[in-house]
Design a protein around this ligand. Structure first.
Ligand SMILES: NC(=O)c1ccc[n+]([C@@H]2O[C@H](COP(=O)([O-])OP(=O)(O)OC[C@H]3O[C@@H](n4cnc5c(N)ncnc54)[C@H](O)[C@@H]3O)[C@@H](O)[C@H]2O)c1
Length: 269
């Protein structure tokens, strides 16, 4: 018996990286998982992500492991597509119990994306894939969760949404993640009376293959980095464990929380 046997979950941005880890963990706990992404083979963009794959897509990995999964390819910034996917999942499996609104990320270089210099196209792209995508995903699942008077929503912010980067670069990303964290507090207030728990996770540096390949130098133990209390970067499973906590009965009385998963990262030190 899995803790999530019979439950239906949607994980966005689950073709690789953290989303893939969440989808696989929820499936391992017994949930049926809808895997959504702009590109279900986005892992191909990074060598390490591609190497880690045990099948053609996250959907196939779950199915090969004996689980049930459906795949959806669309842009999370497309409101109609988000609602259409949600309705398809609810039609196929009866309802939606869990949403992990993980799709998102930053675009552009820090030097080009300070608070007053961020180009309009990057501002719109990053706001679409982070804040709007999160609002659409939560809005689409809410009616199902309200109707059944239960549900779990996990949104994804970032350390960058809590502490501004030195020099002010990546302002568009940080501000979007701050918006997601605060939106989640409002969401928890609205949906609490319906027994729907809504929480947000705020990862620090998590060593997905993308991070290792792009940020390279920061990977590894991070032993000498006094900014991180635990002296190591995070691993995808560090985040997946917290997602398990937030989607199972262990967190029945937790809602409206923004939980850092950053090893105790503190720039003030
Ligand atoms: N890895 C980290 O250190 C870290 C730290 C803080 C926050 N986060 C957040 O965690 C989430 C996952 O991060 P990751 O490191 O796994 O990122 P990633 O870039 O490796 O994976 C993101 C996935 O989302 C998909 N995606 C991107 N834009 C999309 C869109 N418009 N519509 C649908 N899908 C889209 C991508 O195709 C990709 O498969 C993101 O929201 C990110 O901002 C990550």
């Amino acid at each position: 018996m899995g803790k999530l046997d019979g439950k239906v979950a949607i994980v966005t941005g689950a073709a690789r990286g953290l989303g893939r880890a969440y989808a696989r963990r929820l499936a391992g706990l017994g949930a049926r998982v809808a895997v959504s992404d702009l590109n279900l083979k986005s892992y191909a963009e990074f060598e390490g992500e591609a190497k880690a794959m045990t099948a053609d897509t996250t959907v196939d990995e779950i199915r090969n492991g004996g689980g049930e999964a459906l795949g959806f390819e669309f842009d999370i910034a497309d409101r109609d597509a988000v609602f259409a996917m949600t309705e398809e999942v609810a039609k196929a499996w009866g309802t939606v119990d869990i949403l992990v609104a993980n799709a998102g990320g930053g675009r552009g270089r820090p030097a080009d994306t300070t608070a007053t210099l961020v180009p309009q196209d990057l501002l719109e792209l990053v706001t679409g894939m982070n804040f709007y995508g999160t609002v659409y995903s939560c809005s689409a699942v809410a009616p199902h969760m309200k109707e059944q008077r239960s549900g779990r929503i996990v949104t994804v912010a970032s350390y960058a949404g809590m502490v501004a980067g030195i020099g002010g670069g990546y302002a568009h990303y940080g501000a979007n993640k701050a918006a997601i964290a605060h939106y989640t507090r409002y969401l928890a207030q609205e949906l609490g009376p319906y027994n729907v728990n809504c929480n947000c996770i705020a990862p620090g540096v998590i060593e997905t293959a993308r991070i290792v390949e792009l940020v390279g130098g920061r990977s590894g133990s991070n032993e000498g980095n006094r900014e991180i209390a635990l002296r190591r970067n995070g691993q995808p499973e560090d985040c997946a464990k917290v997602v398990e906590f937030l989607t199972t009965d262990l967190s029945d009385y937790v809602t409206g929380a923004v939980i850092p998963i950053d090893g105790g990262w503190n720039r003030a030190g």
